[in-house]
Design a protein around this ligand. Structure first.
Ligand code: AQP
Length: 333
């Protein structure tokens, strides 16, 4: 069976971009693949986190996975820090990653440019840890949003560099799976910026914990231009904010963007937004409700994590033994 790895950082509450760009697709993929879904708490600390909140955020992300429909009986769902082989392999892969490759990564430039205090080695080296996250399971496929494509390509390059260096065909070159229409959901306040957990404005995103009132307020306040609703797909493409809202609508409602444009052409944005609120609440309210139930019982989340963590550890430990042999590291067995 083909194997999938993907993960989400526990940097805050998951939002509609995480859901439509990744999580919703993960739920579909669990039917056909062996899946490892990590809560990436070691990636989270590449920017400053409050130690009092981090473990709780990690539980909350796991709860969002379960609430969205990830079945822990089929998939491993676990915090990254609970499988130390991720960081062990990270160190080995550091030695097969030329600095020039890391210098090209746009996410480091974007995040570090926002804050000079964030120019730390961990943030710079983040893509190598991401390669280790994937390769420790010898994953063949990685479902991600568009923003992670560059990191995925680097993971393939690092896997190839390791294989060539040791003259082995050990790591498969992982394939990115960028699925559906909503591969890059944009901020509700600025159609040129991606929706992000770390955006200062809570109005820029719909969180998976938002109730119906919050969703309605955020959609009503979402930025649009002053022109009437676009009449054609070509026109939509030239209007970032409208395009984003139509993409959200179409993806949540499982229909083509063209069908949405045809339905609302000639109507007002306010009519469109009223309908979008209905669609968003109908889709997200059941997830929000299930998340609230899980979050009311954090001990149960921990028990659920422990039930599937062993699968990740089993595969990671076995592969690490093989990798140590390839590299020539000492072992008594
Ligand atoms: N706006 C988005 N549209 C589509 N997909 C998205 N993803 C994130 N934002 C969008 C996808 O969600 C998965 C998990 O991402 P992550 O939490 O590990 O980190 P990120 O991509 O850096 O997400 P954020 O929200 O922007 O986090 P912060 O603010 O902490 O950096 C990935 O598959 C990603 O593609």
């Amino acid at each position: 069976m083909k194997r999938i790895f993907s993960g989400m950082q526990s940097t805050g509450q998951l939002h509609l971009g995480n859901y439509l760009g990744a999580l919703r697709n993960w739920v579909k993929l669990q039917q056909d693949y062996e899946c490892f879904y990590g809560v990436m708490d070691l990636h989270a600390i590449t920017v400053a986190q409050d130690p009092k909140k981090l473990a709780q955020n990690t539980r909350e992300v796991a709860a969002a996975f379960y609430a969205a429909g990830i079945d822990p009986k089929r998939c491993a769902v676990y915090p990254q820090s609970a499988v130390p082989e991720h960081t062990y392999l990270n160190w080995i892969l550091n030695n097969h990653t030329p600095l020039g490759w890391l210098n090209r990564m746009t996410q480091f430039k974007e995040k570090a440019s926002k804050n000079k205090d964030q120019e730390v080695l961990g943030l710079y080296a983040y893509p190598v840890l991401m390669a280790a996250d994937i390769l420790i399971y010898k994953a063949t496929h990685v479902p991600v949003g568009e923003d992670q494509k560059q990191h995925l390509e680097l993971s393939r390059d690092i896997a190839g560099a390791f294989n060539r260096h040791y003259g082995v065909d050990y790591f498969p070159l992982p394939e990115p799976q960028i699925m559906g229409e909503a591969t890059r959901v944009m901020s509700l306040r600025d159609g040129t910026k991606k929706m992000s957990k770390s955006d200062e404005s809570d109005y820029s995103r719909i969180n998976l914990t938002d109730d119906a009132d919050a969703i309605a307020t955020k959609i009503k306040k979402a930025k649009t231009d002053t022109l009437p609703f676009p009449a054609t797909l070509d026109e939509l493409k030239t209007r970032a904010e409208a395009d984003n809202l139509v993409t959200i609508y179409a993806t949540l409602n499982n229909e083509a963007k063209e069908a949405v444009v045809n339905r609302f052409a000639g109507k007002t944005f306010s009519e469109f937004k009223t309908s979008l609120i209905e669609v968003a609440v109908a889709n997200l309210a059941p997830i929000t409700k299930r998340m609230a139930d899980y979050m009311a019982d954090p001990a149960e989340i921990d028990r659920m994590i422990l039930k599937s963590l062993f699968r990740a550890r089993e595969v990671a430990e076995k592969n690490m033994k093989e990798i140590k042999q390839i590299v020539g590291l000492w072992s008594a067995d």
